[in-house]
Write a protein that binds this ligand. Structure first.
Ligand code: PGA
Length: 241
């Protein structure tokens, strides 16, 4: 049985003044021992939020190397040392803004698993690709090219987040039937590991649409950006799971 998994991605937002939000989110997470809740704050907040407890803390990215001369980068072992238990890799903002390739993302995902953290691998199509009718083929090719090798023995440690690029931060979401079709295709493409991998939907999830999305077939959780920044917005999504 796959437990529901609700993850907040704070992106480049959140500082010590946000700890009050984090405390309220942690209280809501503690009240739901039947599901998993995580928050991925900026690197600068990981240690503080992890030591406050109550909610799993993750990184938003991870370098593919374990250590070395990589100015400005953070490795899986550094994330773990700060108290993180998981890391997101392959977010579309990193793919687009930092030019990250599928091969680099696969290497990052492997590094996350090797460092003892769980991984959330993001994939998703642009509006142009969706309009061209090629969304499923595109997403499955992205999945195949960015899946870490380590998935096969440890499928329970990876979640795949389907995040259509055009739905992120726009207030637009796909039809439920389109989410179900894509998640079903991703699950199928994962082969024998499919039943153990949690599939998250991400892109403009909010308190109003969360219940319906989280009930959709093959949706095991949500990756939430804007609506995870305050407890007022995020707690109802946790409650909807
Ligand atoms: P959003 O972001 O919920 O603000 O659309 C989701 C994400 O980028 O993970």
């Amino acid at each position: 049985m796959r437990r529901k998994f609700i993850v907040g991605n704070w992106k480049m937002n959140g500082n010590h003044a946000s700890l009050v939000e984090a405390q309220d989110i942690a209280a809501a997470a503690r009240a739901r021992p039947d599901i998993d809740v995580a928050v991925c704050p900026p690197f600068t907040m990981i240690a503080t939020m992890a030591s406050a407890g109550g909610v799993t803390i993750g990184g938003q990215d991870c370098h593919a190397a374990s250590s070395g001369a990589f100015t400005g980068s953070v490795s899986a072992s550094l994330l773990a040392d700060a108290g993180a238990r998981l890391a997101i890799v392959g977010h579309s903002e990193r793919r687009e803004l930092s030019g990250e390739s599928d091969a680099l993302i696969a290497a990052k995902a492997s590094a996350v698993l090797a460092g003892g953290l769980d991984v959330i691998l993001c994939i998703g199509e642009t509006l142009e690709i969706r309009r061209g009718g090629d969304a499923t083929a595109f997403v499955l090719s992205q999945l195949a090219a960015s899946l870490p090798e380590g998935l096969r023995p440890q499928p329970g440690r990876i979640a795949v987040a389907y995040e259509p690029v055009w739905a992120i931060g726009t207030g637009l979401t796909p039809e439920l039937a389109d989410i179900e079709a894509m998640h079903g295709a991703i699950r199928g493409a994962l082969g024998p590991a499919g039943p153990e991998v949690r599939l998250l939907y991400g892109g403009s999830v909010n308190a109003a649409n969360a219940a319906a999305i989280l009930k959709a077939a093959d949706v095991d959780g949500a990756l939430v950006g804007g609506a995870s920044l305050t407890a007022a917005a995020f707690v109802p999504i946790i409650a909807a799971a």
